[in-house]
Ligand binder design. Structure first.
Ligand SMILES: O=C(O)c1cccc(C(=O)CC[C@H]2O[C@@H](n3cnc4c(=O)[nH]cnc43)[C@H](O)[C@@H]2O)c1
Length: 210
């Protein structure tokens, strides 16, 4: 049995790949784990997982950076996103938003599930996430999503990974490093280097001891 590590972009896990001396390419790995680089967004993620996800994996580990709605979480903090919602999936009904639950078409929130007894996972803050096609970057939409879902983390892939794993009944975990706050767009304030350093440090430790 093997682990599948899923990341949207290569830079997000490049230090990990270097540490374990892995060859390049979007689907690579060693005896213990494979690595899948999906591309950014839910569609690219679902497509890549559709090609590569199988029962040979006993755990899928989604790694990446994320935005935080919660300013009490310091940039660079690693979080365990235990539940993730496709935030835009639904319909507008004038000023109201109807989720796919409201429309009767299924569910928009998906959970990570696993039976890992890992200290490096247990020590991480557990947070709720949302997954979006359009990164929030203006006050009215941030305020509306806060009122509707009170999310903590935001990514562009997380719920797609949890959904695919749920469909195949494969244990999964979404671990993200906070690179920025969700706020009116302010790219200069993003701490991507810090977030990547901490994420890869955590992941190398986890993979070495699991
Ligand atoms: O320049 C931008 O506006 C920009 C927007 C989103 C992501 C990026 C990236 O460089 C990394 C891609 C990766 O990052 C995740 N991410 C990071 N912060 C956020 C966020 O605040 N909201 C949603 N996604 C975020 C995302 O999962 C992407 O795959 C640059």
């Amino acid at each position: 049995m093997k682990m599948l590590i899923v990341a949207a972009t290569k830079p997000e896990i490049a230090p990990l790949m270097m540490h374990f001396n892995l060859p390049g390419g979007d689907f690579t790995g060693n005896k213990e784990f494979d690595i899948l680089i999906t591309g950014v967004g839910m569609t690219a993620t679902a497509y890549a997982l559709g090609k590569h996800l199988s029962k040979q994996y006993n755990l899928v580990l989604n790694l990446g950076i994320a935005g935080s709605f919660d300013r009490s979480i310091a940039l660079g903090t690693i979080v365990n996103v235990y539940e993730d919602t496709f935030a835009e999936l639904g319909a507008e009904d004038h000023e109201k938003f109807l989720s796919i639950e409201d429309l009767g078409f299924g569910k928009s929130t998906h959970s990570a599930f696993n039976n890992l007894l890992s200290e490096s996972v247990a020590k991480l803050p557990k947070v709720k996430g949302i997954t979006v096609n359009r990164v929030h970057g203006c006050e009215p939409s941030i305020s509306a999503i806060n009122t509707r879902l009170s999310p903590v983390a935001e990514s562009m892939e997380g719920a797609a990974v949890l959904y695919c794993c749920g469909q195949q009944d494969i244990p999964c975990l979404q671990i993200r490093s906070i690179s920025n706050y969700v706020e009116p767009r302010n790219r200069k304030a993003w701490k991507i280097d810090l977030a990547l350093k901490n994420l890869n440090h955590w992941a190398i430790e986890f993979l070495t001891n699991t």
